[in-house]
Write a protein that binds this ligand. Structure first.
Ligand code: MSP
Length: 545
């Protein structure tokens, strides 16, 4: 694998980040970190989506300019991702100058090509979705089914994109590539939506939406937010159609003549980064915006003559105490408030909990009580204690020394290396929770081995070589476990690997069951618990509820 390029959805900045946004960034960060264990060049893109009527209105109601609102909230997203150890390569803002310029040219190129045309139109526009809704999709009361709000009637002369021209090609692509939309069960939904697809409006009158990118030669129109937003995936890595200078220079003339659609664009001079990273390996998005990513985006890409994404992975939604998160219900949970209320120095426990909260593509739930219970059980009791107890016994019985005779056939090796393969396969299907379960299953197997082999009894019986063998067998596998848990819990993994003198940078394919070096491994004072049980006041309060 030469490179791995992956992206998250870019978040609207009309509010602060909540744990739904965090869920997606955590999943993507985990996938990114997993692939750093399989390839040397991982590019992880995230960012904020800053234009559109929703942001314009929120800014108006707060008495600030849209740019001020964007600056303030975009920073909150960045700060939150830092607190959660989201290790992105690049953060794009759709108000970045280079992005705005590239989007104008992308729009103009599609216009020159004849894929965008002007048309008078009246329709139902939902601000929440930032799109026109088909009247047949409204509820009985005429509300948007997702936002339960009445859409605005909009009557404007807009630019339209010929989505219908690409309908058959998209259907064909989905049918021929069962791993294009993942999980696979979502592909049928998309195929159904494609049935009655129509051309879509791709601009709004500036008189109605001021906070948007101007159409290049028509400043009375601003570019539709979804063209602006989706293009971030290519502009961030350097895509920009290049306009040929209109001159009599023979070189330019020649270029124009060879261009079959007679557009003023040169054959695109692709930047080295763009050539290296596109097509993207996976767009990680929520199920609510699958239509935009699996219908609109492929059509725009086809119109730009660019290859399609390899995978689009749609995750489910996070509820709070089984209820939909919403401002009106007052149950919006901020990720940093969870870290604070549980007094967490590192985000590992929260990352682990969120990532394992739902099977791939399904909805998950957050509750304080469940959070505390699960991470105490998995990270503190099962995994953390296992390492702690084993190292403590090595110190107690052998002064922390690994002797050559402790090394031999490891009965846990097959299961441990088998788990590495299973975890890799799960990641190839974006089954992050399922991979997490496999890791904990391996931890349970090792715990059972310790229980069954009872090294404390072996020591009592003075079977010291056997006792040392059991401990080293466990520690060798703990190295593999630290590697597997790293994407979920980078700080815990670091602490584990340091105590094991194991190189966490070892690629998954180079893992073996022989990791612990012969000689002194650790002293008593260097043994540290890798994760302390959660017992904050808030956690206690909620568990008494
Ligand atoms: N700006 C668009 C995306 C443009 S991508 C080119 C948008 N923004 S959003 O802020 O509304 O949502 C950003 C991401 O967060 C989406 O993938 C969405 O599915 C996800 N989530 C928002 N609330 C969520 C939950 N409650 N649970 C899980 N994910 C959710 O859509």
């Amino acid at each position: 694998m030469e490179k791995y390029y992956l992206t998250t959805a870019i978040d609207y900045v009309n509010g602060a980040p909540h744990i739904g946004h965090a869920y997606e960034k955590i999943l993507t960060d985990i996938i990114a970190r997993h692939y750093t264990q399989r390839c040397d060049d991982v590019f992880f893109l995230t960012g904020t989506d800053e234009h559109g009527i929703k942001i314009q209105k929120t800014a108006q109601s707060k008495g600030v300019t849209p740019k001020e609102l964007c600056d303030e909230n975009s920073q909150k997203f960045k700060d939150t991702w830092k607190a959660l150890d989201i290790d992105y390569t690049k953060f794009i803002r759709t108000t970045d100058d280079y992005h705005e310029k590239a989007v104008q040219k992308i729009f103009d190129k599609l216009l020159q090509k004849g894929d965008i045309y002007k048309h008078s139109y009246e329709g139902w526009y939902c601000q929440g979705c930032e799109c026109f809704l088909n009247p047949k999709d409204l509820t009985e009361d005429g509300l948007c089914p997702d936002h339960l709000k009445k859409p605005d009637i909009v009557s404007e002369e807009n630019y339209f994109f010929k989505l219908t021209k690409y309908k058959d090609a998209i259907i064909k692509h989905i049918k021929e590539h069962p791993d294009f939309i993942m999980p696979e069960f979502r592909a049928n939904e998309v195929l159904n939506q494609l049935e009655d697809i129509q051309d879509i409006s791709v601009s709004r009158a500036k008189s109605n939406v001021q906070w948007g990118i101007d159409v290049l030669n028509d400043p009375e129109q601003s570019i539709y937010v979804w063209i602006d937003a989706l293009s971030n995936y290519i502009t961030a890595i350097g895509y920009e159609p290049e306009i040929a200078a209109k001159s009599n220079n023979s070189e330019n003339l020649q270029l124009q003549q060879t261009d079959t659609d007679l557009s003023p664009y040169r054959p695109i001079a692709l930047s080295p980064n763009f050539k290296k990273y596109w097509p993207v390996d996976v767009h990680v998005i929520g199920k609510d915006i699958l239509k935009f990513h699996s219908i609109y985006w492929p059509a725009f890409l086809m119109a730009l003559d660019l290859p399609l994404p390899k995978h689009i992975f749609a995750h489910g939604w996070i509820t709070i105490d089984e209820a939909k998160m919403s401002k009106s219900l007052g149950n919006v949970v901020s990720p940093t408030s969870v870290l604070e209320s549980f007094n967490l120095e590192y985000p590992d426990a929260f990352r682990y909990y969120m990532a394992t909260s739902a099977p791939a593509g399904r909805d998950g739930n957050y509750s304080d009580e469940d959070f505390k219970e699960k991470v105490n059980a998995h990270l503190a009791n099962s995994m953390g204690n296992l390492l702690n107890r084993t190292l403590s016994m090595l110190v107690k019985y052998f002064d922390g020394e690994v002797k050559p005779e402790f090394k031999g056939e490891n009965p846990l090796a097959k299961k441990a290396l088998g788990t590495v393969q299973i975890v890799k396969n799960h990641f190839d299907n974006f089954e992050i929770a399922e991979a997490g379960q496999e890791i904990i299953k391996l931890v349970d197997t090792v715990n059972k081995y310790v229980q069954d082999s009872a090294p404390w009894t072996l020591a009592k019986e003075e079977k010291m070589t056997e006792c040392g063998q059991v401990l080293v067998n466990v520690l060798d596998v703990m190295c593999i476990i630290s590697s597997l848990i790293y994407p979920y819990c980078p700080n815990i993994a670091k602490s584990m690997s340091e105590q094991l003198s194991f190189d966490l940078k070892t690629k998954l394919d180079n893992l073996t069951a022989d990791n612990i070096k012969i000689g002194k491994l650790i002293s008593k004072e260097d043994i540290k618990p890798v994760f302390l049980r959660l017992d904050s006041e808030l956690a206690d309060k909620s568990s008494k509820k």
